[in-house]
Design a protein around this ligand. Sequence first.
Ligand SMILES: NC(=O)c1ccc[n+]([C@@H]2O[C@H](COP(=O)([O-])OP(=O)(O)OC[C@H]3O[C@@H](n4cnc5c(N)ncnc54)[C@H](OP(=O)(O)O)[C@@H]3O)[C@@H](O)[C@H]2O)c1
Length: 231
Amino acid sequence: MSIIFITGGNTGLGFESAKRLKELGHKIYLGCRDEEKGEKAASEIDAESIVIDVTDDESVKKAVESYRQKETHLDVLINNAGMPGAQVLPKDITADLMYKVFNTNVFGIVRVTHEFLPLLELSENPVIVNVSSGLGSFGQVLNPEKIESKVNSVSYCSSKAAASMLTVQYAKGLPNMKVNAVDPGPTNTGGQFTHGTQTIQEGTDAIVRMATIGRDGPTATFSDRNGIIPW
Ligand SMILES: NC(=O)c1ccc[n+]([C@@H]2O[C@H](COP(=O)([O-])OP(=O)(O)OC[C@H]3O[C@@H](n4cnc5c(N)ncnc54)[C@H](OP(=O)(O)O)[C@@H]3O)[C@@H](O)[C@H]2O)c1
């Protein structure tokens, strides 16, 4: 049994992953920025919820303090919270629009990872899963046969490319941990992400697989539900 903390756990891929991981016998903490939504989601799957806004240093610190009151270590951190950002043409992209997306999709991962690292270090098999995207994969967005090549989003795609690279850099610098990036694949989760034909369950396959790797599991990989994909 692992203890798992997942950001953006109240809905979409985060909630479905949490539900599946709970069914596998793990202890789940849902990190949610809205207390009410978090408590409702947690009660549905018999998990715990902790308020966390990944864009806010103080909120992340408080969340980790709350977690420390209940647990002495963390086995698996799933950095899932994310946003698509404004759908604008490249000519209309501004630094402010970029910052908003990076603040959640990139700096959010750094804030949460930084605060949880001391607790992960106390685990016998520490694992970090960063939910990236095929839209951040150079190999996919430049391959005309892939659906990802049809999308042009300066902010979202570059934020997910950054999330993938920070996965590799954390993996290199934290050899005692497994740090991997996953691409859920295009999934209509009913909220901000409405493109895609996969079921929500399919969209969580890679997350669940990477959250449950053993001590001999991989690190510094990027995979979707079918296996390794190009960076
Ligand atoms: N769906 C897809 O097709 C797809 C494909 C590839 C990658 N992804 C990635 O998969 C992840 C989950 O996507 P999804 O489709 O499940 O999206 P979603 O249904 O919109 O859920 C996003 C979750 O992130 C939370 N969140 C957003 N900003 C946050 C913040 N500042 N602090 C804390 N939580 C925050 C949301 O909370 P609220 O409910 O409070 O808004 C929500 O729980 C994202 O990282 C996304 O980029 C999705």
